[in-house]
Design a protein. Structure first.
Length: 212
């Protein structure tokens, strides 16, 4: 089951329609009040991240259900003209000296850099605190999410933190775990995936909703 698609922009255009789709989807699937609240919270987290993306950003939003698993999708084309690209780089560059906080903040930066330059995504470093931690440490890999996308997965990120030896980066790793514990989306979602290739961005939040 796939819902209709609606566009959302970082100026909040389309947000009301997106929430209407969520409420209708929950009603059609006879979700409980708690399940509906979780679905709405995950959507709010996704759309809240959209609002913070630098430059002009428009994407398709929709929901999909397969068995008990529901996925919330955000899909955007990344082809940009040179003027828009320069504007985006200028806007995002103004934040480069600030540490990126929170899981959704890291996802936002991943998307922004994907819009700027696909080839730079694998080289990204994001600071948890004082010490930089690379996106390689955050779960970036070369497996296929959609064709030949470079992907980031929340579950892979958690696994990499569990397997890592903090060593001299103890404070950074502790901050990363604190972010996970405080994150609404990280505690509710079963997984979050971000896929980037040269002409497309995908973000997918998945959650299982067992039916009574």
């Amino acid at each position: 089951m796939i819902t209709e698609k609606t566009f959302v922009r970082n100026d909040r255009q389309g947000f009301d329609k997106a929430f209407e789709i969520v409420e209708s989807f929950a009603a059609d699937n006879k979700f409980s009040r708690k399940q509906t609240m979780h679905l709405r919270l995950l959507t709010e987290e996704m759309l809240g991240m959209v609002q913070t993306i630098a430059g002009e950003f428009t994407a398709d939003f929709y929901l999909q259900k397969e068995g008990d698993e529901v996925s919330i999708h955000l899909e955007a084309e990344t082809e940009m003209n040179s003027d828009k690209r320069r504007e985006l780089i200028a806007a995002s560059s103004s934040k480069k000296n600030s540490a990126v906080k929170g899981i959704m903040g890291k996802i936002r930066e991943l998307i922004e850099v994907g819009l700027e330059d696909y080839n730079e995504v694998g080289k990204l470093q994001v600071q948890y605190g004082v010490n930089p931690v690379s996106y390689g440490m955050m779960g970036m890999d070369n497996e296929t999410m959609s064709q030949a996308m470079l992907t980031w997965s929340l579950n892979q990120y958690k696994d990499s933190l569990s397997d890592a030896d903090a060593g001299s980066d103890k404070d950074s790793y502790q901050e990363a775990w604190d972010e996970l514990e405080k994150s609404i989306v990280a505690n509710i979602a079963d997984d979050i995936k971000v896929g980037i290739r040269q002409d497309k961005l995908e973000m997918v939040i998945t959650k299982k909703f067992e039916q009574g």
